[in-house]
Design a protein around this ligand. Sequence first.
Ligand SMILES: NC(=O)c1ccc[n+]([C@@H]2O[C@H](COP(=O)([O-])OP(=O)(O)OC[C@H]3O[C@@H](n4cnc5c(N)ncnc54)[C@H](OP(=O)(O)O)[C@@H]3O)[C@@H](O)[C@H]2O)c1
Length: 274
Amino acid sequence: MSNDNTPSPIPAFGLGTFRLKGQVVIDSVKTGLELATAPSTRPRSTATKPRWARPSPKAAWRAASCCVTTKIWTDNYAKDKLVPSLKESLAKLRTDHVDLTLIHWPSPGNAVPVAEFMGALAEAKAQGLTRRIGVSNFNIALMKEAIAAVGAAQIATNQVELHPYLQNRKVAEFAQSQGIHITSYMTLAYGKVINDPAIEAIAKAHGATTAQVVLAWAMQLGYAVIPSSTKRANLEGNLKARQLRLSDAEMAQIAALDRGERLTDPAGLSPAWD
Ligand SMILES: NC(=O)c1ccc[n+]([C@@H]2O[C@H](COP(=O)([O-])OP(=O)(O)OC[C@H]3O[C@@H](n4cnc5c(N)ncnc54)[C@H](OP(=O)(O)O)[C@@H]3O)[C@@H](O)[C@H]2O)c1
């Protein structure tokens, strides 16, 4: 979080917490913050003494210059529900605002029109509850509706499943053409790509891990990544992907792995994908 009124760009590297619960998620976030603010990994300009152990999450995030993202669940898209639901999330997070708030999935059965929930999300931003707004799991048609509702400049990101086995190129190309940043979720395909032979060969050539290769590939394409891990060694190794640069030939080898394999498709929530 920054203290002026200009939202910082979407960070290229984030930490996902989906599926993690209780002490496991607390430990993962604490370790992630500790590693991200360690002298060897933090950028000079934001060098800050790690303060994550203090009781307030807000203080810890500020100390780490973090961007905190939350999402609105599908039950709360109506214009009279969205802002109260975000306020409830802020209370749980013990903060008065977050850096980014996303619409989690398209409205099931289009029950709440895109214009209604994007308008409510823009209102939440105008109230200072979130510095930026965005969407998740939106196909091109839905992105067009969201743009018509609030303008492309308001939409910071579209967070979509994107990994070597599902490269989602049409969605990414359209988003990027509109200046909407792509955030790749499940970049590691929930661990499935870790043992891919082509990626293993690239990793070997660089003395890197396969996870680092995949994360570097996505960041090199201009996407933000938000891998999750419960293990300190993996959290630490993943962060180092920021220093890895792949050749054009290696990028092409990973591009060839696309097989349209979608791993997340909750019944009734996914749009028809492009
Ligand atoms: N918008 C949406 O609808 C949506 C949907 C799904 C996910 N997401 C977001 O995306 C984030 C990431 O997705 P995800 O957690 O489902 O999948 P992921 O990041 O692709 O994979 C996480 C899995 O990979 C393993 N892993 C992580 N680093 C590793 C490494 N260096 N070597 C070997 N294994 C490694 C983890 O195991 P260990 O714990 O053992 O390291 C975990 O099992 C979520 O936390 C969530 O924030 C968003």
